[in-house]
Each structure stands twice: as structure tokens, then as C-alpha cells.
Write a protein that binds this ligand. Structure first.
Ligand SMILES: [Fe+2]
Length: 193
């Protein structure tokens, strides 16, 4: 498999899962801005934990058309609401010898729904390596690539490429929760070095 690689398992995601369970209102706050209706990701609701600083854009100092341009990521207020994110993220940074931390996103896909095949573009997608931390993933929830499928269990972590076609099918009866962590390595993104 060239498009994904398992890098960890049995990561303790239980405290993070419980924090999300207690605060369902965290989902969907920034979703409309990131994924306009009609885009492949529109079936998901998200918690943006870390990304480009929204404030200059919300204040009208910069146009939203520049929001996804090159930037330094910052922690969002949601990171304070879910401090359980940080140990998982920084343990992963250490494990994979990451050098720069980009976006951190938690996604929720309802039961019996799917994200259609697509390729992610833009600066952030091409600059950072992507890691998928499975938070809740019941049997039948599949992360697909042209060369195979990830059937994850909660606590599994996979490096994956989002510059190739990929899709998600949640064929289970439960929601699928995933955390995406974007990490820059010293040699650059694995596919652009
Ligand atoms: Fe994607």
C-alpha cells in the first residue's frame, strides 16, 4: 500500500472521545466556511481545533479568499475546550519526528453516509503530511484509496495521502469520528520531496 501506512495503534483516545461526547455543540462551528455545500466533505461536521487564525478575516482585515493560503496554524478556542487533544497530537509529533504542526481537525460522519472520492488541493494539503487518528470507527466504516482500504479501530493512527483519490464510507450504524493531524517533516511532504 503506497497511499497509507499504519504508524500506531492502541493510542488512548478515550479521554478525547469523552470530551467530545460531553460537548456535542463543538461540532459545526466553522464547517460552513471550510467546506461549502456541494464539496465532497459537506456530509461531515467538524471541530476545527487548529488552523489559520480566523480573527483578521472575521474582522474584515483580510479577504476570506486568502484564508487557505500559506500560514502558520494557531490553536482555536476549541483546543481549550478539548485539552485532551494535545497529548495525542504531541505524542504523535514525537513518534513521527514532526517538525511543524499544521491544522488539527476532528470530523464526524453520520451512520450510513459517505464522502465521495476526491482529491484535496491547496497549500495546506500539499505542504503537510496527513495523519488519521481513529476516535470512533465501527465495523463497516472504511477509508478508501485506489490501492486499498483502511479498516481502523479506535486508537489506530495512519499516515495517508490526500493528494490522491480517497473516500470514506461509513456503513456502520454509529457515527464515525476521526482526528486529522497535519505535520511537516524536515524533508517536506513525502510526495513532494
Ligand atoms: Fe479529503
Amino acid at each position: 500500500m503506497q497511499n497509507f501506512l499504519k504508524v500506531a495503534e492502541n493510542v488512548n483516545v478515550t479521554p478525547l472521545l469523552l470530551a467530545l461526547q460531553r460537548q456535542p455543540d463543538l461540532f459545526g462551528r466553522h464547517g460552513a466556511r471550510q467546506y461549502a455545500p456541494g464539496t465532497p466533505h459537506s456530509g461531515m461536521t467538524d471541530v476545527w481545533v487548529r488552523y489559520n487564525d480566523c480573527r483578521p478575516f472575521e474582522a474584515g482585515e483580510r479577504p476570506w479568499s486568502e484564508f487557505n493560503d500559506a500560514h502558520e496554524s494557531v490553536w482555536y478556542p476549541e483546543a481549550d475546550a478539548i485539552p485532551e487533544v494535545r497529548p495525542v497530537v504531541f505524542d504523535l509529533m514525537a513518534k513521527v519526528q514532526g517538525e511543524r504542526l499544521g491544522g488539527v481537525l476532528i470530523t464526524k460522519l453520520p451512520p450510513r453516509t459517505a464522502i465521495e472520492p476526491h482529491i484535496d488541493g491547496g497549500w495546506h494539503a500539499s505542504y503537510y503530511d496527513k495523519y488519521y487518528v481513529a476516535l470512533k470507527c465501527e465495523k463497516g466504516a472504511v477509508f478508501g484509496f485506489p490501492d486499498g482500504e483502511i479498516h481502523a479501530r479506535a486508537g489506530d493512527v495512519y499516515w495517508f495521502r490526500n493528494d490522491v483519490e480517497h473516500w470514506v464510507v461509513n456503513g456502520s450504524e454509529d457515527e464515525r469520528l476521526a482526528m486529522i493531524v497535519c505535520i511537516r517533516h524536515s524533508r517536506g511532504a513525502a510526495w513532494s520531496a
